[in-house]
Ligand binder design. Sequence first.
Ligand code: CTP
Length: 402
Amino acid sequence: MRIVVGITGGVAAYKTVSLVRLLTEAGHDVKVIPTQNALRFVGAATLEAISHNTVDPDLYTDVADVKHVELGQTADLVIVAPATASFLARTAAGLADDLLSNVILATQAPVLIAPAMHTEMWNNPATRRNVATLIADGYALLEPGVGRLTGSDTGKGRLPEPEIIAEAALKLLALDLVGKHIIVTAGGTREPIDPVRFIGNASSGKQGLAIAKAAQRRGARVTLIAANLADANVGQAIHVSTAAEMASAMDEALQHADALIMAAAVSDFRVSEPSDRKIKKHEGENGLELRLIRNDDLLANAALKATSASPRTLFVGFAAETISDSEELERSAREKLTRKHCDLVVANDVSGGKVFGSDQNSVLIVGRGLETQKVSGNKTVIADAILDALLPRFPDLQQSSN
Ligand code: CTP
């Protein structure tokens, strides 16, 4: 495997030497690209000796070889550790002003970014924004560890140990879903009141998108049914708005699917008779009454329909609850698992709006015969944990994983 290891200018750069050693000892061809500032912390000679490859961070040497494109194109995996706040900002903005940033823009390979900085810098709103952008752009981000930082302070911001970085990075290369067709629904449905108003919900679609991207990265063919999402650039995207539109898109896609992951927030009700022209203010002088009728439960219907099919499609439901007690949350998730004929249910507590639109999530994954798993982290971490829990349930993979 050809792995590019980028190093940016942080004290934790010394740990990256061990990371490079781990990767070379595992038989990988490692090309190290330090930034100029990284070379203030570790020497090029050390990196050359440990990686058994030349180290030249200059964008303007060997120009005839178009080095940045060649390195980006031939990499199977890119790791950046440590990644400074400045690197996160430049990458989020798409800047390409040195060899490492050019390689990152040129590569099609998965990129794992392992940030390290002081807690205040990690929590800074600008850094939060940049992290959110990077996750949305499909970069894998390893959460910094909590502990002793460079000065006498402690907190979140430590570079994880080299073994953890190597394991997370190599996991990005897993192609364990090749041959599987996975449908992911994401976003929130909208039920029209009139041509300009609707009943909607606070779902941002980020968790569903993260699942679709992770499934695609792991080799699955992905159909994304996107409810009211502008940015749905994953797999084959089908855009829908209402629950009824989502139902018919699902019907079609489910004919050839191995799994449905129902991350969308589907409205339980719709307006019985939406107006076909804008309702004027004066029409509601004494208030306005809307009659709502129940929408079908799309997940339960689809899962019920598939019970006798062979091989059976797998179904993953979500349960966004306002329940802070984790035992009660688990009970409610298990109830949904049975009621909706699902294989897995992913439950989280959305009290106080702490999940919607955020890049962090904390969920319980429940399933029949599965010990409940609690997973916290960014939405890509949650996405991979859901796919990991689903994997052994595919009929053709059951034997090998048992
Ligand atoms: N769901 C669905 N169709 C609906 C409502 C929900 O397919 N009309 C799906 C959601 O996409 C989610 C799961 O069912 O995967 C659970 O949604 P949730 O709103 O938590 O469940 P409800 O059945 O609405 O239960 P309750 O209102 O009792 O919490």
